[in-house]
Write a protein that binds this ligand. Structure first.
Ligand code: HEC
Ligand code: HEC
Ligand code: HEC
Ligand code: HEC
Ligand code: HEC
Length: 453
């Protein structure tokens, strides 16, 4: 009897604790309006002691998640008007801020004042946001499911440190990839995982080996973590380089190219193979904003007289393959509805230098089954033809050599490039050209000889 009363008491206590905890610390949509701007300290305050981290972090995209021009354009030209026209999307446009402008979201200031008008929304994902996040209300984490307790205690990765400005302690959630997942996984109104960087990592080989997001995006180096602290051997650098860093993109996929024959008579047919090995990325490439990223492979042959031949990729025959081969047919018609442009015909789908190149991607389709760059307006995915962590994809190029190909050496060049935003879309919306720049991923070369038998 005694023990069962005690057990009941325990259950009630636990229940109360869970409920109280849930009431105290909202997450997701309930974060909206749950606090004030003043609850959080400005990054400049942290910078006065953690100078190196501040200088590193202000170059990273997360410190500009609200002010960066393409974010501003997509939010104010497409998402906000879409929410006004169609109430279903109103909570969605509010939710953008849960990840891009957490301070404004928590303060209930949505849509926030436009960037660079002096509001604290500009602080984007600030130091004090990450260092006061306590956990996730969802498992797996997604859609700003973080719980947060602003205040004196800054959660970190070491125990027993002393700061004149704040309390600090090691916190399991801060050092976990789930912290990142709370913003790097996103589910849209159709329950589709329109961002799944954390889930891709979790399913892949790196999570099994214990290599976290932090280990690649905040690599450890000897040094000091504030101007007044002692040296540690493994200080977590706040670099967070990603798709905006040419150095991080370079070499992300290794390429090898080889022909099936070394000596061949003009007029005959041969096959060239390119192996694409993702040996550097802890998740799929592209990841994150998959709807607007392009990773593509161009293969050209250069004959003995310097003439260049573009080789289109061989079709493999899988369903939906047409969306993984570059084409300029029209797409993105849903932008016309959002922007109130009647009879909007759409924009060239890939706008790449050549048609017929392999594009490693997963296409996003709107409810009318047209390709879209609005992840919130995505009702279906195309075939996932991205390159997974440590995956190798082989692409082949069958080439019937021209009869008049000059005799001698033929060089074959495979080049992989990456674009953050589809050129036609960016140009149409007035996004700065930098955002549509083709970035170099890798290049490989082989050769064969044309002979006269
Ligand atoms: C007056 C100086 C000062 C200011 C201002 C300051 N810190 Fe610190 N902070 C320190 C010192 C000193 C330590 C302890 C460093 C050590 O001993 O290695 C520390 C430690 C930390 C740690 C724990 C590091 C670990 O390895 O676990 C975090 C996290 C942190 N600070 C975040 C912040 C954030 C976020 C802000 C701004 C909201 C901030 N700090 C403002 C001086 C400061
Ligand atoms: C996107 C989230 C995020 C942001 C933004 C962020 N940090 Fe951190 N910070 C982390 C994580 C995660 C760690 C622990 C790294 C690890 O586990 O390897 C960390 C570690 C630290 C440490 C301890 C480093 C060490 O190895 O001792 C300090 C100090 C710190 N951060 C201060 C700051 C300051 C100052 C800023 C703003 C300029 C900032 N952080 C912005 C996530 C963040
Ligand atoms: C509060 C939400 C939030 C959290 C927590 C968060 N991120 Fe981010 N992160 C973002 C947003 C939003 C962007 C997009 C910034 C932009 O380009 O507008 C981003 C961008 C990035 C990028 C840059 C991508 C590029 O295009 O260059 C990297 C890398 C990154 N995050 C890594 C991390 C890691 C690692 C963690 C965990 C330690 C983390 N993030 C935690 C919201 C978050
Ligand atoms: C083994 C190292 C490694 C690990 C682990 C890793 N990444 Fe990355 N990440 C990379 C590389 C390399 C790139 C650049 C290629 C690219 O953009 O896909 C990248 C790119 C990114 C980007 C930009 C993606 C895009 O295409 O816009 C984000 C965001 C990101 N990582 C977040 C994370 C998060 C969150 C985790 C943990 C869940 C993580 N990364 C784990 C290596 C890693
Ligand atoms: C669950 C968190 C989350 C939500 C909600 C969210 N985003 Fe993002 N957003 C991110 C992250 C993380 C990235 C970076 C992904 C990557 O690197 O590819 C990003 C990237 C972007 C980018 C591309 C940035 C670049 O530099 O290329 C734009 C534009 C953008 N978001 C706009 C929006 C809009 C508009 C909404 C609302 C309709 C929204 N986001 C909702 C987390 C979120």
């Amino acid at each position: 009897m005694m023990t069962s009363i005690r057990a009941l008491g325990m259950v009630l206590f636990l229940l109360f604790a869970v409920v109280a905890n849930a009431q105290e610390r909202p997450w997701g949509d309930a974060l909206k309006g749950s606090g004030n701007y003043d609850d959080f300290e400005k990054p400049q305050r942290c910078a006065s002691c953690h100078k190196d981290f501040a200088r590193q972090y202000e170059q990273a995209m997360m410190s500009q998640a609200y002010t960066h021009s393409w974010d501003e354009i997509e939010y104010f030209k497409l998402a906000v008007p879409h929410g006004k026209k169609d109430p279903k999307f109103d909570p969605v446009q509010e939710g953008c801020n849960g990840c891009h402008a957490p301070l404004a979201f928590i303060a209930g200031d949505v849509p926030p004042p436009k960037p660079f008008t002096g509001s604290r929304a500009d602080e984007s994902v600030s130091c004090d946001i990450c260092h006061t996040i306590t956990g996730s209300g969802e498992e797996p984490p997604f859609n700003f499911s973080y719980t947060i307790e602003a205040g004196k205690t800054k959660l970190g990765n070491r125990d027993g440190l002393v700061s004149p400005h704040h309390e600090t302690r090691k916190h399991d959630f801060t050092v976990s990839p789930e912290l990142c997942g709370s913003c790097h996984n996103e589910k849209n109104p159709w329950d589709l995982w329109v961002k799944s960087t954390h889930l891709e990592w979790k399913e892949g080989p790196y999570s099994k080996e214990g290599q976290r997001c932090q280990d690649c995006h905040m690599p450890a180096a000897p040094g000091r973590n504030s101007m007044m602290s002692k040296e540690h051997a493994d200080i977590a650098q706040h670099l967070f380089t990603g798709a905006h860093s040419p150095a991080r993109l370079a070499g992300a996929v290794e390429l090898s190219v080889f022909p099936d024959i070394r000596e061949i008579v003009p007029g005959e047919t041969m096959k060239i193979t390119v192996a694409c090995f993702n040996h550097k990325v802890g998740h799929k490439i592209p990841s994150g904003s998959v709807e607007e990223r392009q990773l593509w492979l161009t293969v050209t042959a250069i004959d003995a007289e310097g003439k260049v031949y573009h080789l289109p990729v061989d079709k493999k025959g899988f369903e939906g393959e047409e969306y993984t081969i570059s084409s300029n047919e029209l797409a993105f018609q849903d932008m016309g509805y959002m922007m109130d442009i009647p009879d909007f015909k759409g924009l060239p789908r890939d706008a790449l230098p050549y048609e017929g190149d392999r594009v490693f991607r997963m296409a996003y389709f709107d409810p009318e089954d047209r390709m879209t760059i609005a992840q919130w307006n995505t009702a279906r995915f195309g075939t996932d033809y991205r390159i997974g962590p440590r995956e190798t994809k082989l692409e082949t190029y069958t080439w019937k050599l021209p009869d008049n190909l000059p005799l001698g050496k033929v060089r074959v060049v495979a080049e992989m490039q990456y674009r953050r935003l589809i050129k036609s879309v960016g140009e149409y919306l007035g996004v700065p050209a930098e955002e549509m720049k083709a970035e170099f991923i890798n290049r490989a070369e082989t050769q064969f000889e044309t002979v006269d038998y």
